[in-house]
Design a protein around this ligand. Structure first.
Ligand code: SF4
Length: 497
């Protein structure tokens, strides 16, 4: 039996990131001796190529992983699959089917939805389909039985993540991923890795979906297993950078310390970056991470207003934000501050508090997105209950627009806030050039930028040049009349923490 997995981006991501959900499921299926392939649509220019790929692969079962922002693409792709292969069983999994399984089977015409983690469930499901046994015995699925939907008992989370096979990267067109310029100051070529699953925090715009998928606590792989994989992919793909894509890498300081000790002991020569929270880092931790090769840390700050932070249940204090950035600045660890504007309750005062915070903490990089209610989150339920979302249906949710109706800002004004914050950030960066003390204090920032371009130029001069041109053009677009939030929101969503 051959299973083909699809990640239906169809070129929507400018810099595609590895689809870890299907890479882990593919690896589990391979381990169970199933034939697996992946249709990597990230480089497709349209749906015709998908139809051709289906005819080429000739799968017996088709699986889709579906985040909410890919609902439209997924819908079209499943319709095509149904037309080309009317009898093929179609499985859907990932964030959206986990939240709204029955709705997806009903409206998309899929046959089975996988709830939560897919590795064990998909293997058992494929065995049941192959042997034509009762699907009722497969935990963690919803399937059709005539006019009814049957929901089986929940699947337990994978207790020991080390038992999972590493992501089946070889099934992807991996060179396309390797050739993507990373975000400054990450080093090229770069790939991502997952060291943990889940997040124990409760932010209203994010947590519920994560909790449904991975549970309410965080599970880490062993430091040895993570470093083994980092070492392996560094050698195999000649990497200079690795992005640890976990939602909250530093939630368990003891684990991170052990991981860093392992990196230092084995002298793994690769620079790495991670997502973090300001309340889960200490001076000792940052010092150790730096020593172990961490070259970039991304904090989900969201707002400089305590009122907005509290309403998003971020559970951090503005003082903690200042402390975390001060520590990173002290140890010369480049930082990125992820911000969101247009949250419920945003006013000009709260926005100005965010601007003042930026001046205080002097992050090296920022990303600004517009707060959007994603189905399955508390923010979405609140917005629906108050009638303050303009989303007509879940498929109208994408990463390119604000869907909240705000009391104090129109949609265009919210876009203006994004632009305003970027202006403010660039003014801060420009001010370093006129102030020798600041220039010295922020020398790690200039060093990181220089290293980023120098490293890329040494390995791929053409890519380096096109990246420079792209960045110049990006700024023009961002600050010209044709400003859209597409780019910034896209970035924000990819690395949201
Ligand atoms: S935003 Fe970050 S800290 Fe909050 S729930 Fe999501 S992953 Fe966790």
């Amino acid at each position: 039996m051959k299973l083909t997995l699809v990640y239906p981006t169809f070129g929507m991501e400018k810099n595609p990131v590895q689809p870890f959900g299907i890479l882990y499921v593919a690896a589990a299926l391979q381990k169970a001796d199933f034939e697996v392939s992946i249709i990597d649509t990230s480089l497709f220019s349209g749906f015709d190529e998908f139809e051709q790929a289906l005819s080429r692969e000739k799968p017996d079962v088709l699986g889709f992983t579906i985040p909410t922002w890919l609902l439209n693409n997924s819908y079209k792709a499943i319709k095509i699959a149904r037309r080309v292969m009317p009898r093929i069983p179609i499985i859907v999994g990932g964030p959206h089917p986990t939240i709204q399984a029955e709705e997806m089977l009903e409206s998309f015409g899929a046959d089975v939805a996988c709830i939560g983690e897919g590795e064990i469930t998909t293997v058992e499901l494929c065995e049941a389909l192959k042997n034509k046994t009762d699907l009722q015995r497969v935990k963690g699925i919803v399937y059709r039985d005539g006019d009814r939907f049957i929901r089986t008992p929940p699947r337990e989370k994978v207790k020991d993540l080390d038992t999972l096979a590493w992501p089946a990267r070889d099934l992807l067109n991996i060179s396309a991923y390797l050739q993507q310029p990373p975000n400054p100051p990450e080093l090229y070529p770069l790939l991502g890795i997952l060291a943990s699953r889940g997040c124990p925090f409760s932010c209203t715009f994010c947590a519920d979906t994560l909790h449904e998928l991975f549970g309410k606590s965080i599970r880490y792989r062993s430091p040895k297993d993570v470093v083994d994989e980092m070492e392996f992919i560094t050698h195999k793909y000649k990497l200079r950078g690795i992005r640890i894509v976990d939602d909250e890498f530093t939630a368990n300081n003891k684990w991170v310390m052990k991981f860093c000790d392992e990196m230092i002991r084995r002298k793994v020569k690769v620079s790495w970056s991670c997502n973090s929270r300001v309340d889960t880092v200490s001076e000792e931790l940052i010092q150790k991470m730096k020593e172990a090769g961490c070259s970039y840390i991304i904090f989900g700050v969201e707002s400089g207003s305590q009122q907005i932070l509290d309403s998003l249940r971020k559970e951090i204090k503005v003082e903690e934000i200042k402390r975390a950035f001060a520590i990173c600045n002290k140890y010369g660890l480049p930082t990125r501050c992820n911000l969101m504007v247009g949250s419920p309750g945003e006013t000009m005062d709260t926005f100005n508090e965010t601007k003042r915070l930026l001046s205080d903490i002097e992050p090296d990089f920022i990303i600004v997105g517009i707060t959007s209610p994603i189905p399955g989150t508390e923010l979405y339920d609140q917005a629906k209950a108050k009638g303050i979302t303009i989303a007509k249906s879940d498929s109208s949710i994408d990463r390119f627009q604000s869907l909240l109706i705000l009391e104090n800002f129109t949609h265009q004004e919210t876009v203006g806030l994004v632009k305003n914050l970027f202006h403010h950030y660039f003014k801060i960066v420009a001010s370093y050039l006129y102030n020798p003390v600041q220039l010295f204090k922020k020398r790690h920032f200039f060093k990181a930028i220089f290293r980023y371009f120098y490293n890329m130029f040494a390995q791929n001069p053409r890519l380096c040049l096109s990246t420079v041109l792209h960045l110049v053009n990006y700024q023009k677009v961002r600050f010209g009349n044709a400003l859209t939030v597409a780019n910034v929101v896209e970035e924000q969503r990819k690395f949201i923490c």
